[in-house]
Design a protein around this ligand. Structure first.
Ligand code: SF4
Ligand code: SF4
Length: 96
């Protein structure tokens, strides 16, 4: 049985969970194109880690707990998310 203080409440999850952030093993991550996003929150609905929250114009994506599963990319109806290799993600973002 875990002590209460070892449990944390995630920013977008109603239930407590172990507050361990994703390690360095993740090989891919979603990259958001905010100009394609319409805040429909389908990604929030399907993401098993609660990484998304509503933003002003586009969703906000917190990668601390992202496992790189790609579910959000598959479910986004506007193709606003792309799964890219970890090494390529920073280069991709700097293109914008
Ligand atoms: S599913 Fe796609 S369009 Fe909808 S909020 Fe998420 S990123 Fe934006
Ligand atoms: S890749 Fe998986 S864990 Fe990461 S934000 Fe998308 S659905 Fe959530």
């Amino acid at each position: 049985m875990l002590a209460e203080d070892t449990l944390k409440r995630g920013p977008n999850l109603a239930t407590p969970y172990l507050g361990f952030t994703t390690g360095s093993w993740r090989t891919e991550r979603p990259v958001l194109d905010p100009e394609r996003c319409n805040n429909c929150l389908a990604c929030w609905l399907f993401c098993p880690e609660g990484c998304f929250s509503r933003g002003d114009q586009a969703v906000s994506l917190n990668l601390d707990f992202c496992k790189g599963c790609g579910i959000c990319v598959a479910e986004c109806p506007r193709q606003a998310l792309t799964l890219v290799e970890e090494g390529a993600a920073s280069a991709r973002l700097s293109e914008r």
